[in-house]
Design a binder for this molecule. Structure first.
Ligand code: HEC
Length: 149
């Protein structure tokens, strides 16, 4: 037991086809405690597959504050604090959505959630760094921003 064979995480490995010791989890793997069973919360869609009109999270002061905080970190660099979209990408010539556009004001909350979760066009997905609840909090905050508050 003093010495036994082991693999180091980042080392090469002859056993696997991709030659990596650190294997990705099997697709569909769910970590303990992370199974999401609330479809509306996770997809932004109702059972018929339509985007829900309003966020499942209520616009309480706490949620709005959390959304504002996360928006400042994850959205403001490109969409700016004001939401006008004239951030870092815009300055480099990439058209960035103005969150005050009529189309985006009229968009169901579920579709906004989906845009953050899956990305749209040149905007990447933010599902990985932002939790489901925080994405909804951002949606709630964007609605406040659109009201000009
Ligand atoms: C790296 C820059 C960047 C960041 C960060 C970013 N966006 Fe975007 N966003 C874009 C660009 C660029 C577009 C235009 C995409 C296109 O039409 O190709 C866009 C589009 C959108 C749209 C319009 C979607 C549609 O259906 O047309 C919404 C809503 C939006 N972003 C919200 C957000 C929110 C909320 C966040 C924060 C979680 C965020 N974005 C973070 C660059 C960014």
């Amino acid at each position: 037991m003093d010495s036994q064979p082991k693999y180091k995480t980042q080392s090469a490995n002859e056993f696997f086809y991709d030659r990596m010791t650190l294997q990705p989890p099997v697709p569909g793997t769910v970590a303990i405690g992370e199974l999401q069973t609330d479809d509306v919360l996770v997809t932004g869609k109702d059972p018929e597959g339509n985007f829900v009109a309003t966020s499942p999270l209520e616009a309480t002061p706490g949620i709005i504050a959390r959304g504002a905080d996360r928006y400042g970190i994850y959205c403001a660099p490109c969409h700016r604090a004001s939401g006008d979209g004239q951030g870092i990408l815009f300055k480099r010539g990439v058209p960035t959505a103005n969150l005050h556009d009529e189309r985006l004001r009229a968009m169901p909350d579920g579709e906004l959630f989906q845009a953050i979760s899956n990305g749209v066009g040149l905007m990447p997905s933010y599902a990985y760094p932002i939790s489901v609840e925080d994405r909804w909090a951002i949606v709630v905050y964007v609605r406040e921003l659109q009201k000009g508050r």
